[in-house]
Design a protein around this ligand. Sequence first.
Ligand SMILES: [Zn+2]
Length: 338
Amino acid sequence: MSMAGRIARMTGTLIPAALARPFGAPAAVFFHGVETALTNPAIQSNQHTLDAFENIARLLKRDFDVLPLAALTDVRKQPGKHSRALFLMSDDGYANTLTVAADVLGSFALPWTLFVSTHHIDSGMLNPMTVARAFFLLAPEGRYDIPHLGALTLNDEREMLAGRVLPRLKNLDAARANQAVAAMQSVLDSAGISLAQRFPSEHFLSWDQIRQLDNRGVTIGAHADWHWPMHESQTADYLREQALRPKRRIEEEVGPCRAFAYPFGQRGDICRAAWEAVRDAGYAHAFTTIAGTLDAGSNDWLLPRYGLAPQEPNLAAMLPVMRANNARLRQWQSHIGT
Ligand SMILES: [Zn+2]
């Protein structure tokens, strides 16, 4: 998280919920997966612990009107009438959203939307960023030539190296990134490190499991095909495919798919051609991971969303903080072409 984000979070926790409520505005929040216990939080950084997630669900029930995504258009037409409205979402499509999260959310009767990256559902391949983090943190000490990233020496300063190199990896176009991640995967394979065995939390849902969630009332949306940024380094063809293919696969396997969430979803992860491809593919809405409230901006394909922290002791107090970011969100929306 950025320094501004950390300060915003710290400030947010100082404002009591009751005081914050008059500043309320409709918002969208998201998590990834939920696990009963985490063995390596640095690798499993997308997972909430079950205890923390139950606390979040309790607060959502107490402090907000959590609505199904179908209500979004009405809420955005009259945001002032829906100051407690909240849309809850989960990204990527981890198997534990069915085996753990769905039961918690079901017990509180909270509706939610699941955004899946369809290539990972089809193939079972792990999230490329999970593979990359695991390479830096778990591969044996040594010097490795990784395509497009050069020679990388893993020693006791490997965390610092990861901090420097992962942003470079994320900026690569998909073809080059794929080659780099495949090389990292083969280093782990040669060392006998099976991420799938060691970290079941990182397994993706199957289509059958996604249908079970759909039957339980979960809205299914798209999170691109391959879990990689849709930024300016990507070709127009790649961006079109990332918008079109998940919609087609979800509609073949589950049913209508009208919403999209961008992988990573920050300013540098989405370009103009990306949101235009999402719009042209026929999605009604698309979500970033830029904080803000849903009364901000007018672009239906660049909506703000707030990533739930591992613990959220006072989520209602975060709303004024999210709202304070709306001006920056609008500035960025107009910068990339709206
Ligand atoms: Zn994601």
